[in-house]
Every structure is written in C-alpha cells, then in structure tokens.
Design a protein around this ligand. Structure first.
Ligand code: ADP
Ligand code: MG
Length: 287
C-alpha cells in the first residue's frame, strides 16, 4: 500500500443508490440486510438519507416490533449520518467525510457486511458512499423516466445517445475508488416493481438497458415484482425473510413465497463473497 492510500475495510460494502426517490433503495436495502442476517452474517447498516431516515425508521420499527412481540429478531448495527451544518461547503464536506470514515471503520470492525442506503438525490454524502462501494445496487422503476438518469435515449429510435447524470456520477465514484485503494465497484442495476402489464414498455426498457449495460459497465440483476407485501411490512420493520420466524404469526401466501424467491434471486445475482467471508469469520473465531 502506498502512502495516502487507506487500509481496505474488512467488511464487504453494499451501497444502494440512484438519484431518484421512490425507486426501491430502502426496501431493497432492508431485504438485503435481513437476508444476510438470516444467513448468520453480522451486518452494519448506514442511513445517508438523514432527512427522510427511511432505513433508520425501518430498523427502529423492527426493534419496537420485536420488543412488543417478545421475539428475538436478528438486527443490524445501525447508524445514521446527518448532513453537516458547517458554515462552508468545504468544511461541511470534510466533516461528512470524517464522520462517514469513522462510522464505517467502527462498523466494519464488528461486522461482515455494511449496507449503505443513499438519498435519492446528488449530495456529498451520496458521492462519498458510492466511492466506498464494493457492490452498488441501483434499483429503478421500469420506465424511461428512471432510465433517463442512466442514459439518454433517442425518442424515435430508442438508440442510446450517451450516458446521463447518474452514470457519470458512478463513473466518478469508480475513479475515486480506484485511487483510494485500487478496488473496483461491481455495479448491478435492478428493475424494481415490475408489473405483468405493459409488456411492450417492459421489452423496450429491457432492450435499451442491455445496450447501456455493456457500454457503461453495469450488470442487470433480477428485481422485485410490484407486490403489496413489499409496502406492507415497513410499519412492523419485518421483511419477507422474517415471516417463518417463531412468533411471527403470518400465513405465507403464494405471493409471499414468490416475493421471497425474488429476494433470494437478487442476492444470488450480487455474487457476494459469502463463502470467503464465512471462512474468514471461522478462522478469526479460532484464532
Ligand atoms: N417491489 C415493490 N412492490 C411494491 N411496492 C414497493 C416495491 N418496492 C418499493 N415499494 C414501495 O415504493 C415506495 C418507495 O420505495 P423505497 O424503498 O422507499 O424507495 P427509495 O428508498 O428509493 O426512495 C415505498 O412506498 C415502498 O413501500
Ligand atoms: Mg429511501
């Protein structure tokens, strides 16, 4: 390691990002967290959306629900990072970076994975988070409005004219990451809230997304379908992965089963180094 480079974090960092609200970042974050926890991994979670705090609320709701129901639910070690109120932009940016560094170092020391949920807008904290990703998941709705943040498309021919604001931001983050520690960001774009209707739009988005994927370097992962169940669970802080837990008294419907399979398929597509981390943890426990 040369001077100026920082020690590589030991935890695998998963970032949820998209410069768009309502695309499913927080919902996906919580399901990935629950999946990893239930697989026996220790997970630290960081909410960079200190204004909406949706992931923070999700975790708080989960704690409250578990206490009220007297159920021992697996929990992430959670932190929220607020936007700095420092007087100048430079000071605020530096303060945010210092706080994120300290929080990540603390959580990485005690966890196998860090899951970072970003705000749906371009901000210093969001950029800092992106530049620290090992895996970046970008959920998008199946529409050209969402696609527009990834690439510009010719309205007549649906040909790709070039990358767009968010893709350029990820490109910058990849450069930052490479300079920091020589690491790479594995970028996975998933289409969330897929409906069975509107097959024509679906095929069009699919075609342009595939064309853009090779051009700007992301993979396309399987997303979640549009399901009420993904919306319903927030107040309890539960996820689909918790429904078979002792004390969590819910009938599994066909929709639940299908939704769980979607969560599993997404995590599998991320190709996370689960076995490597498992054997490292086992070795650390023996030492
Ligand atoms: N697959 C899905 N099916 C149905 N509703 C969903 C799905 N994914 C997300 N939602 C709902 O869409 C809204 C936005 O999702 P959220 O995860 O908060 O997005 P973001 O964090 O990107 O703003 C929320 O009301 C959420 O419950
Ligand atoms: Mg959110």
């Amino acid at each position: 390691m040369t001077e100026g480079q920082q020690a590589r974090l030991s935890a695998h960092v998963i970032v949820l990002g998209n410069e768009k609200g309502g695309s499913g970042k927080t919902t996906t974050a919580m399901h990935v967290i629950a999946y990893l926890l239930r697989e026996g991994f220790r997970v630290g979670s960081i909410d960079l959306d200190g204004r909406q705090r949706s992931l923070t609320r999700y975790v708080e709701n989960r704690k409250a629900w578990a206490e009220a129901a007297n159920v021992n639910l697996v929990m992430p070690e959670h932190a929220v990072i607020m936007k700095s109120a420092a007087a100048t932009v430079a000071e605020a940016n530096a303060a945010e970076e210092a706080e994120l560094e300290a929080t990540m170092a603390r959580l990485a020391a005690a966890n196998d994975f860090l899951v970072i949920d970003c705000p749906g807008s371009d901000s210093n904290l969001s950029r800092l988070g992106h530049a620290r990703a090992d895996t970046l998941i970008t959920p998008m709705n199946d529409s050209f409005v969402d696609f527009d943040l990834l690439g510009r498309v010719d309205p007549q021919t649906y040909r790709i004219k070039g990358p767009s604001v968010y893709s350029e931001m990820v490109w910058e983050s990849r450069k930052c990451r490479a300079v920091r520690d020589g690491g790479e960001i594995d970028w996975v774009v998933v289409r969330n809230r897929l409906s069975h209707l509107d097959a024509k739009n679906k095929r069009r988005v699919e075609a342009v997304l595939e064309a853009l994927a090779s051009r700007i370097g992301f993979r396309i992962g399987p997303g979640f379908g549009e399901r009420v169940i993904f919306r319903e669970m927030f107040p309890s802080g539960l996820t689909l992965l918790d429904l078979r837990e002792e004390g969590v008294d819910t009938q599994m419907s066909m929709s639940h089963v299908a939704a769980r399979a979607e969560v599993r398929a997404l995590v599998e597509a991320l190709e996370l180094p689960l076995e490597k981390i498992r054997s490292e943890a086992a070795e650390a426990a023996r030492a």
